[in-house]
Design a protein around this ligand. Structure first.
Ligand SMILES: NC(=O)c1ccc[n+]([C@@H]2O[C@H](COP(=O)([O-])OP(=O)(O)OC[C@H]3O[C@@H](n4cnc5c(N)ncnc54)[C@H](OP(=O)(O)O)[C@@H]3O)[C@@H](O)[C@H]2O)c1
Length: 321
């Protein structure tokens, strides 16, 4: 039985999580456990909004999972359990994009182990990175990623923070030719790297770029996002919450009533819907290590999205805080 085909009881709750205690044991937060066990969140998952990767037309849901930080120091079964449940629910609800990196401690191997264990390799989109100097070091790092991710084909490998970009891009293109990776890209989350990032976007053919973009940190929208659209590059957004900075900015505040006009029921969805409603954005990878956050974040890939005028209103709202 695949994760999407769990037996459901009459309330639509997977039979394996029939009680609140089961849910809590699996590392599900108490408020979500209550909702799931009451059937309110356990109903049939709704389809997720998808976007096409320009170089192939393949579609991916706009919300994925980032594995920096919370997946980086995971060694015990108790630490693995909530992540396993995150991935099981993610995949069961149609989620695909999982972003990791060899520099994220245990994240790559934990993701590889859980994806293999859950038997979901066929449905998820594994994105990792190479951050090494020199051809040999890059090749060795990539081979280690294949082993840790327990797969013979990685969906996307991106050059991490532009490190030794020319050398690593050449290696990645060879791997793509050999059919071992499907897409090639590069990443940054540092505005000081934007000029070099933009130059590289203009001169190289890339399937994906990954860049930071958040409601209160919109520098990428000036040139990088429009350039990606012009150059036919898919865009994966990192740091969508500014590592939690945005939640601090709105602490103690209620959502504005007009958030319901675009089916937004939480601050996380407010921040994520702002990002994925940018026309150049393909997907976004919020750091996710709790089921409660996963279900919340996937809500941003459902229902209506803000239009251009509402996006401006959201910007003004955050600027006034
Ligand atoms: N240069 C690069 O290539 C680069 C750089 C940075 C990041 N990335 C990628 O981008 C991903 C995202 O960045 P990030 O994880 O550092 O930062 P982020 O996504 O901006 O913030 C993640 C934090 O937000 C909190 N959160 C998540 N969902 C929430 C929800 N629904 N409600 C309340 N809080 C929520 C969690 O905090 P707590 O867990 O603390 O509660 C989580 O650790 C990374 O995981 C990584 O895959 C790539």
């Amino acid at each position: 039985m695949t994760p999407g085909q769990d037996r459901k009881n009459r309330r639509g709750v997977p039979a394996v999580y029939a009680t609140r205690r089961d849910l809590l044991k699996a590392g599900v937060g108490s408020s979500v456990a209550l909702l799931l066990s009451s059937g309110r969140l356990g109903a049939q998952p709704r389809p997720l909004i998808e976007r096409a990767i320009p170089s192939t037309g393949e579609r991916v849901p706009v919300i994925g999972i980032g594995t920096a930080r919370r997946w980086e120091a995971v060694t015990t079964p108790a630490e693995m359990a909530p992540l396993r449940e995150v991935l099981r629910q993610f995949s069961g609800r149609g989620g695909k994009v999982i972003d990791t990196a060899p520099s994220y401690g245990t994240a790559e191997s934990v993701a590889g182990e859980l994806v293999a264990d859950l038997g979901v390799r066929g449905s998820v989109f594994l994105a990792t990175k190479v951050g090494a100097a020199g051809r040999q070091a890059g090749l060795e790092q990539v081979e280690a990623s294949f082993r840790r991710l327990r797969t013979s084909r990685v969906d996307l490998i991106a050059v991490h923070n532009l490190r030794d970009i020319a050398t690593q891009l050449q290696t990645l293109r060879e791997l793509k030719q050999e059919g071992r990776i499907r897409y090639v890209g590069m990443t940054t989350s540092f505005p000081r790297q934007y000029p070099e990032f933009e130059r590289t976007m203009r001169t190289e053919t890339l399937d994906f770029i990954q860049v930071d973009y958040a409601l209160d940190s919109r520098g990428a929208a000036a040139t990088i996002l429009p350039l990606a659209a012009d150059r036919g590059m898919a865009v994966m957004i990192n740091l969508p919450f500014g590592r939690g900075r945005l939640f601090q900015a709105v602490q103690g505040r209620a959502l504005p009533p007009w958030a319901s006009d675009f089916d937004c029921t939480s601050w996380a969805q407010f921040f994520l819907k702002y990002i994925v409603s940018h026309p150049a954005v393909t997907c976004c990878v919020p750091g996710t290590a709790k089921v409660e956050y996963l279900l919340d974040n996937l809500g941003a890939a459902q229902g209506r999205l803000p239009d251009a005028a509402t996006r401006r209103r959201m910007e003004e709202f955050i600027e006034r805080l």
